[in-house]
Design a protein around this ligand. Structure first.
Ligand SMILES: NC(=O)C1=CN([C@@H]2O[C@H](COP(=O)(O)OP(=O)(O)OC[C@H]3O[C@@H](n4cnc5c(N)ncnc54)[C@H](O)[C@@H]3O)[C@@H](O)[C@H]2O)[C@@H](O)CC1
Ligand SMILES: [K+]
Length: 505
């Protein structure tokens, strides 16, 4: 799914109005109608509804919602924030329509003293500002936003399209922003919902389709995308009935050290479960028995070093490897750094670089330029900062992420609630599967294994990244559903990977 900017959403509205038999007023009826239907599905008329409307089209939506709910027997009070004498044409039209039958339910708000006393089971609808937000909310209007937020413990707050005060395309810098429990947003995810800094505002986001013109959506390029099942279906390739184990590639994982062999095992298992044809694991001598006993499906190569991987570059004389994954539990010994440097000068194909391999690159930044094009880096925010420096906020970090992916011609997976995947062509995909139960040791090692396994099957790096991150999160969601977010471990993500292939695509 494409994520459009506020300016593009305005264009999509205009395009739809120009190419379909629908007016802007009609489109507003449709959008607000979707919100009213959602509200009716979730709340019965025993809940009095308090709607706060602005003077633009977001306010217009609120006025239509008020009329529709009143038509259906709800008790509604609609306050119009008079922060400006001017209203948009559609807002005026919808106000007239509401006043025609329900004028006694509408009142003006010109100061914080006009904020109503809310009965116990009231619901608050925030229709003050939407995607037209262009500057911080000030004065008593900001005061009303704060008063709405003060109700958060007692009343459900539902924002229409955007939490008022939040800018659609960036991290929040302002203080007066509605903190909604739910946001009912039209047609598209907004970038703002996907940024960690904006977590307190949108609550649970529900995207309501309002029939914006499909031609605009397909023809208009977007920089940001949300990964979805549709994308996965175009990527996933069922296995060839005539396949043999050589068909799906020979993967090499360079992982583990004394005390961190678990990371190597997790990666190896995930790599095999992601479908690699053959897997060799390069481990220190101390890891030989552990690997052979824990994962009989993997082959094992032991390093000259008893505790660390320091001679793995020699492995790549076997050029039959389809993919290399390096990093889980690797440690950052000087010998490991040297061997990594040699590996990078001898290996030209995309590889997966994670954990301590990323830490080595941050200690020896000259290695960055040697990463083969198309490789996949999987930093969490701290590792990202060590690699590429700090950022002032989430939007700046996103720009830096994309810039680095383009200049190094690699894929960078910045892990988080909505993991961001930056591609060498400048596109950024946000992943929507996964849950906080995956914030546990070993989750990242599992991802590295999955990505290496997919690369070894000849998925392109872009396909491997999108599919791998999606499946990893999906398997985590299945694990959490069966075991709870607390009790699930990284091992469970691997256990549910099979079901994720079956149900997640
Ligand atoms: N255009 C369309 O056809 C549709 C628009 N829809 C609604 O229209 C909304 C966008 O409407 P608008 O573009 O009118 O904008 P908004 O209703 O979000 O904002 C109203 C106006 O307030 C002013 N403003 C911005 N920031 C302010 C601030 N901090 N303090 C005071 N004034 C401020 C701006 O001039 C802006 O145009 C969407 O979010 C959505 O809710 C929906 O009805 C769907 C259809
Ligand atoms: K709003």
């Amino acid at each position: 799914m494409k994520i459009f900017s506020a300016a593009q959403i305005r264009e999509a509205d205009a395009f739809t109005i120009a190419h379909e038999p629908i007016s802007s007023s009609g489109l507003m009826e449709r959008a607000a109608g979707k919100c009213a239907a959602w509200l009716e599905d979730h709340y019965s008329p025993v809940h009095p509804v308090y709607i706060f409307c602005g003077k633009g089209n977001n306010g217009g939506d609120g006025l239509v919602i008020a009329r529709l709910l009143l038509d259906h027997g709800y008790t509604v009070r609609t306050g119009i924030l008079q922060y400006s004498p001017k209203a948009s044409a559609d807002q005026e039209l919808k106000l007239q329509a509401l006043q025609e039958h329900y004028s006694s339910t509408v009142y003006d708000i010109g100061d914080i003293s006009d904020f109503p006393a809310l009965p116990a089971n009231a619901i608050i609808i925030d229709a003050i500002f939407g995607t037209g937000m262009s500057r911080p909310i000030e004065g008593w209007t900001a005061g009303i936003i704060h008063l709405i937020n003060d109700q958060r413990q007692k009343h459900v707050i539902i924002s229409v399209d955007m939490p008022s005060g939040l800018m659609a395309d960036e991290s929040n810098r302002h203080t007066a922003v509605v903190q909604a429990h739910y946001t009912l947003s039209f047609e598209f995810y907004k970038l703002a919902f996907l940024l960690r800094e904006n977590a307190p505002y949108a609550g649970e986001v529900h995207i309501l389709p309002i029939g914006l013109h499909p031609d605009y959506i397909t023809q208009t390029p977007a920089r940001y995308h949300l990964s979805d099942r549709e994308i996965m279906r175009t990527i996933y390739r069922p296995r060839d009935p005539f396949a043999h184990k050589g068909t799906y590639g020979h993967a090499l994982l360079i992982a583990g050290s004394y005390g961190k062999m678990g990371a190597a095992i997790l990666s190896a298992r995930a790599c095999l479960r992601a479908g690699a044809g053959l897997l060799s694991c390069h481990v220190p001598q101390c890891g030989y028995d552990i690997m052979q006993i824990s994962e009989p499906c993997a082959m094992c190569i032991t390093d000259e070093d008893p505790r660390y991987n320091t001679h793995f570059h020699q492995d790549i004389t076997n050029t039959n490897y389809k993919a290399i994954g390096i990093g889980p539990g690797l440690d950052t010994q000087p010998g490991t750094a040297k061997s990594f440097e040699h590996l990078l000068s001898g290996w030209q194909r995309p590889m997966v670089i994670d954990a301590d391999a990323l830490n080595l690159i941050s200690v020896y930044p000259f290695l960055l330029a040697r990463i083969p094009a198309g490789s996949i880096l999987t930093p969490h925010p701290k590792e990202f900062e060590r690699l590429f420096g700090p950022s002032a906020n989430d939007t700046a970090r996103l720009d830096l992420l994309s810039k680095q992916a383009v200049s190094l011609q690699i894929y960078i997976i910045l892990k988080g609630r909505y993991t961001a995947i930056a591609c060498p062509d400048g596109a950024v995909y946000f992943n929507n599967t996964g849950n906080p139960g995956m914030a546990t040791g070993g989750s990242g090692d599992v991802l590295t294994g999955i990505l290496t396994g997919l690369l070894s099957q000849d998925y392109s790096p872009k396909a491997a990244v999108l599919l791998g991150v999606w499946l990893h999160g999906y398997a985590g969601d299945l694990a959490a559903a069966h075991l709870s977010q607390e009790a699930m471990t990284a091992t469970d993500i691997i256990s549910w990977l099979g079901k994720a292939f079956q149900e997640g695509i």
